[in-house]
Write a protein that binds this ligand. Structure first.
Ligand code: G6P
Length: 364
């Protein structure tokens, strides 16, 4: 069947807007009667560590999941880009679960990394959107993210669906390994279930994003900052912006700012601060103030309370709904996507097919 834009100007807009539906459907598929239903073959008590490998946006989903697996399931995780992993010949100790994340299931480097891990890792798990793919076929177990066909080169709904499945894997791992009590697990699941409707409500920020994007479009460099699980999101915000609008952008861990990127700050550099109110909020705010003290223009993305508390003197704000901080990265993917989308529109670049990029990189 031919996939249409369903009234949207671009596939990317359609795929962004679809996120509440596909995420909710995926959740229904994997959570039944309050239980996370995964194949029995996936037993996290058999593993002492996880190694995750991917490329591009899928890699950033892995980096986010590392925070979850380590904090919630107390299992050490290594994350690598496939092009490095495959040639480094990393030792893979016993009791390792190797997870390969890929929308297409065909990315050449990720597939080669998977083949390298075969026979070395205890289990090869692939997290894919295309279930009839090489990676799915060559894995011990393939779990579909159920995002539906993604056409836009820049990944949006596949990213949030990857995050959502990886968060379910985390909760399952925490339960199986006895690292979480029933009440806490149920609370996390409840919070996760709220994400689709939070994303749906947040689509209303689009008009604000559009205005801000017109200003961002004039910048030559943009910095994205985040802490904890929001650090990979800062990387994703920067990746999306450079892919779509060709503006130079970098994502940084907020605390690392003073070790380099702060030298770039002046009144021409917008700094996007991804700051849900979490345990590290105050630290992020003080990093943000360091930027402002040097004339930097801060776009603060937080909830209303966060903005009331820290928004004084910032350049722009985007108000998000309140969200449990653990899974905030899934919700905050939306402003990152919208910023890139509307900046590309303001610059007149090809949103769905950015120059030099391919949807699926099947050659090395
Ligand atoms: C390309 C695409 C990205 C994608 C990456 C990995 O670079 O432009 O959007 O994240 O490949 O693709 P995969 O299919 O393995 O997720």
């Amino acid at each position: 069947t031919r996939i249409e834009k369903a009234g949207h100007k671009h596939f990317m807009a359609k795929e962004i807007a679809e996120q509440p539906i596909v995420l909710a459907e995926a959740m229904t598929h994997y959570v039944q009667n309050g239980e996370i239903t995964l194949p029995e073959a996936l037993d996290f008590t058999k593993f002492d560590r996880i190694t995750m490998v991917a490329c591009g946006t899928a890699y950033l989903a892995c980096l986010t999941a590392k925070y979850w697996f380590e904090q919630i399931a107390r299992i050490p995780v290594e994350v690598d880009v496939a092009s490095e992993f495959r040639y480094r010949e990393p030792p893979i100790p016993a009791r390792t679960l190797a997870i390969f994340v890929s929308q297409s299931g065909e990315t050449a480097d990720t597939l080669a990394a998977l083949h390298y891990a075969k026979g070395k890792a205890d289990m090869i798990l692939s997290v894919v959107n295309v279930t009839e793919s090489s990676m799915a076929r060559d894995s011990d177990l393939a779990l579909p993210i159920l995002a539906g066909v993604e056409v836009s080169v820049a990944s949006t709904k596949a990213f949030t669906c990857q995050l959502s499945l990886l968060s379910l894997l985390t909760l399952k791992a925490a339960q199986q390994r006895g690292k979480i009590d029933i009440g806490t697990a149920a609370k996390h699941l409840e919070n996760l279930k709220k994400i689709p409707s939070l994303i749906s409500h947040s689509l209303a920020i689009s008009s604000d994003v559009k205005k801000i994007a017109r200003k961002i479009a004039k910048a030559e460099d943009v910095l994205f900052l985040g802490r904890g699980a929001m650090f990979p999101l800062a990387l994703e915000g920067a990746l999306k912006l450079k892919e779509l609008s060709y503006i130079h952008a970098e994502g940084y861990a907020s605390g690392e700012l003073k070790h380099g990127p702060i030298a770039l700050i002046d009144n021409r550099v917008p700094v996007v601060v991804m700051a849900p109110r979490d345990a590290l909020f105050d630290k992020t705010v003080s990093n943000m103030q360091e930027v402002m003290a040097r004339g930097g223009k801060v776009l603060l993305i937080s909830d209303a309370k966060g903005i009331a508390q820290a928004g004084q003197g910032v350049w722009e704000t985007l108000t998000m709904p309140e969200v449990d901080p653990v899974f905030a990265p899934i919700l905050y993917a939306l402003p990152a996507q919208l910023l890139a989308y509307y900046t590309a529109i303001a610059k007149g670049t090809d949103v769905d097919q950015p120059r030099n990029l391919a949807k699926s990189v099947t050659v090395e």
